[in-house]
Ligand binder design. Sequence first.
Ligand code: 3PG
Length: 402
Amino acid sequence: MQVLTLDDFDLKGKTIFLRVDMNCPIDPETLEISGTRRIEEAIETLDSLKEAKVVIGSHQGRVGNNEYTGMDKHARVLSSLMNREIKYVEDTIGESAQNAIKSLEDGQILLLDNLRLCAEENYEFTPENAAKTVMVSRLSKLFDLCVLDSFPSAHRSHPSIVGFPQVLPACAGRIVEREVKNLDEIMTVAKAPHVIVLGGSKISDRLEAIKLLIQNGRADHVLLTGLLGNVFMRAQARIKSPMGIKHEEEVVAKAHSLIGEYPDIFATPVDIAIDKDGERIEMDVREIGKGEKIFDLGPKTVEYYSKLIAGAGTVFISGPAGLFEKENFNYGTRELLTSVANSMATTIVSGGHLTTALKKQGLSDKINHISTAGGALVLYLTGEKLPMIQALEDAAIKYRSK
Ligand code: 3PG
């Protein structure tokens, strides 16, 4: 591994900025955290920083979506998981945040509010420009070291990820260290056929990644589920009316051109489930009525996809197949995870939602690599260098040349 780790530094008494990814699923009704896996994961690195003053930064959701919330609940969950005080400040880069950082004592942990409350954190920057942002200029003065441990956001070149390592010594936390080591090992033994099972709602990101996966020989079959599957079904004109998703015509056109370019790669659902007055109703895709929303896969699709999974050399699954949080609609996600767990292939399960579902099913032991990262992992598998990894490699070169 070309990057520095926590073992390369004397951490005692240092003030450390720890970038984690506590972006968790949020229950749309209660607005509470519905899967705490990413918060649990942060503990390993925090345990290695026991003698330091630790300032944790994370984002939660995206501006405008219903998962975009403050981090107060994350502080409560972390505190109860670690059974200790976690200080929390309802601020990111302002005076309150700075004062809270300055008043930390050795061994204390402070969680800042959602970093995306700071407008800059919602944009991609070159590392040089990220270093000039208000966030990095103000806060870096207060830190001795930057620890990057937010592997799920390793594909984002946001100030908190690529900016701090420009002006501070930087190293990988335990999650990033382990992810990169495991994934590098897995990718050297990965065999064809590569079956990619992709769902989730971050459509534009996924479409970009699919193309790269195919071009780089990492996707022989792409089995589509969730909202992404719906986009491809519309592109195939099997769903006739608009579904009301963001930038719909644009993403449908992109899906259409991918199908045209790679006609033998994609598999789309044959049957689905909708919600009628709180009841699960299964039907052929061609029977979907105008305005009816798809919430899950049907049994024929699960059978079809499971056969392709059983014949795979490597399986990568990311993103839920439906509204898995609801009992009525977790069938597709549950069954596909079972098929992946039972296959003889090298298996990777990715994303906060799926890792939560996998844990609930007690299948975690049957999977080769489990990562709470979604989009970042998809991009990693394409062979692209992720901005966070690049930032860590550059920081290591700078540190070693001193
Ligand atoms: C994720 O859940 O994939 C990461 O937290 C990144 O979130 P983003 O796609 O909103 O940047």
